[in-house]
Design a protein. Structure first.
Length: 85
């Protein structure tokens, strides 16, 4: 994979969502015409986005939520303890 491929692949989801400027879209489309590897990667990103859209929402178990709140509280207190004043 070339550095150009890596750069353009970082923009795949924005491209698929229609969030890129026209110049960037044109650049992406030109590259995709020339690069089979990036076309394949774009298809995989598209499938992943679609799968996420259709995935059933999941609930976080109460014990996990409680542990997260405790950890966040501890982190906040640790930060406060290191700040002057």
């Amino acid at each position: 994979m070339t550095p150009r491929c890596r750069e353009l692949l970082k923009r795949c989801s924005a491209y698929l969502e229609g969030d890129l400027e026209k110049a960037c879209c044109a650049e992406m489309e030109q590259h995709l015409k020339e690069c089979a590897r990036c076309r394949a990667m774009l298809v995989e990103v598209k499938w992943t986005i679609e799968a996420c859209r259709h995935a059933a929402p999941s609930e976080v178990p109460p014990e996990v939520s409680a542990a997260m709140r405790t950890r966040l509280r501890e982190e906040r207190e640790a930060i406060k303890a290191t700040q002057p004043g």
